[in-house]
Design a protein around this ligand. Structure first.
Ligand code: DOR
Length: 423
């Protein structure tokens, strides 16, 4: 099993490398130069970027329980098509991933059917009901890489503090979906001018920011690594920036939809743009872009949240929150952030591969010799219109249908084997 990826621009943020080079792979491991023979597969990467396999640390794979929306097979196929070699999956399945048996089930299904590496995230509380802690250490031992009650945030501050004390001891991060329920109550979109015009109940920015502040305070006190999921407001970016300056162990992510779209996308009651946290205002989009550029926001993650056509094809108030992101993420990062000069390719790859690996403690995210050969090849000039019908995901719920993106994944390699290629 020998492979050489020739003539590409190799980007490895772990060592700050961005230069033309060839990558050599033997038996699934990146290795030193060797002489090619007739058994060697050659990939011509001229004009392409060769980067560590991308990792999406915020994905809903929906299995077990919601297989009509997505399965581990279809979700990981979507990941491969989107240039990702690994995904961390959220525990809001049915049953909730709040014990070792569900974590083991996910790992088993991923080994049987997964096209990419799957890193399960366990629930913080039993059933994500916010009442009592789940068996965190047991789940960690079974392979959970982090803990989160994503979608159903822990409102009890005492319980969150206790969870952080345990997670600090276990050496795993708490991922917080920051939403103060009494402020968000009943809201379906960002609270502002657009919600007034549309007559829809709003979710104020404070619903997120109050919880970001609380969790930063708890992380500073406990020393627990805290990762803030899908940051959407200018106030959250400011809180995280300030906390980092003080040495608080906090990291944060932003989704492609939150750095691209505003609440204008909800006009015409488009349920594909109904997402939690909601799409915010122009100043918020500007602030998350600045947060990405100055390093306040460490990670780009999709919050890939597939739903069926029937679930989304209802009145705006009744539709579930969520949109699919795996197959448009790279295109949006390159179109909106790299081609516009907000991020260098090196910074973009750090946020899509190195930082997620480091935060989750995964042995990936670099092209160093001796590393597992998880590699993504990106064509920065390739241009295509988003067509949800082409998605490998079961979910077609995207607000980006028809949008032209430039900068797309063309090859995804996992452990030295091609799992997706267009060339
Ligand atoms: O929009 C969202 N969808 N936000 C969440 O927090 C949960 C997710 C889902 O599971 O559908």
């Amino acid at each position: 099993m020998k492979l050489i990826i020739k003539g590409g621009r190799v980007i490895d943020p772990a060592v700050g490398k961005d230069e033309p080079a060839d990558i050599y792979v033997r038996d699934g491991i990146i290795c030193a130069r060797f002489a090619e023979d007739e058994d060697t597969q050659i990939i011509d990467a001229t004009g392409k970027l060769v980067v560590p396999g991308l990792i999406d640390m915020h994905v809903h794979l929906r299995e077990p329980g919601y297989e009509a929306k997505e399965t581990i097979a279809t979700g990981t196929a979507a990941a491969a098509r989107g240039g990702f070699t690994g995904v961390a999956c959220m525990p809001n399945t049915d049953p909730v991933a709040d014990n070792r048996f569900i974590i083991e089930f996910i790992n088993k299904r991923a080994a049987e059917e997964g096209q990419v590496n799957v890193y399960p995230i366990g629930a913080i509380t039993r059933g994500s009901r916010g009442g009592e802690l789940a068996e965190l250490a047991d789940m960690r031992d079974a392979g959970a890489v982090a803990f989160s009650d994503d979608g159903r945030p822990v409102s009890d501050a005492g319980l969150m503090r206790r969870a952080m004390q345990y997670c600090k001891m276990l050496g795993v991060p708490v991922i917080s979906h920051c939403e103060e329920q009494t402020l968000a109550a009943g809201g379906v979109m960002h609270e502002g001018y657009q919600s007034t015009i549309l007559g829809l109940k709003g979710i104020p920015a404070s619903a997120e920011e109050v919880m970001v502040a609380r969790d930063i305070i708890l992380a500073s006190e406990t020393g627990c690594p805290l990762h803030i999921a899908h940051v959407s407001t200018a106030g959250s970016v400011a809180l995280i920036r300030e906390a980092k300056k003080r040495g608080c162990p906090v990291t944060a992510e932003v989704t492609p939809h939150h750095f691209t779209l505003t609440d204008q996308a909800v006009t015409h009651y488009n349920t594909a743009a109904k997402v939690n946290p909601p799409l915010r205002g122009e100043a918020d989009v500007q602030a998350v872009r600045e947060g990405l550029a100055d390093g306040t926001l460490d990670v780009i993650a999709t919050d890939h949240a597939p739903h069926t056509y029937d679930e989304k094809n209802v009145e705006f108030d009744l539709a579930p929150f969520g949109l699919v992101g795996l197959e448009t993420a790279v295109g949006l990062v390159w179109t909106e952030l790299v081609h516009t000069g907000i991020l260098t390719p090196l910074q973009a790859v750090a946020k899509l591969a190195l930082h997620p690996a480091r935060i989750l403690g995964i042995d990936r995210g670099t092209l160093a010799e001796g590393s597992v050969a998880d590699i993504t090849v990106i064509d920065p000039l390739l241009t295509r219109q988003v067509d949800p019908e082409q998605f490998a995901s079961k979910g077609k719920n995207t607000p980006f249908a028809g949008r032209t993106l430039q900068g797309l994944p063309v090859i995804t390699i996992r452990s030295g084997a091609c799992i997706y290629t267009t060339i």
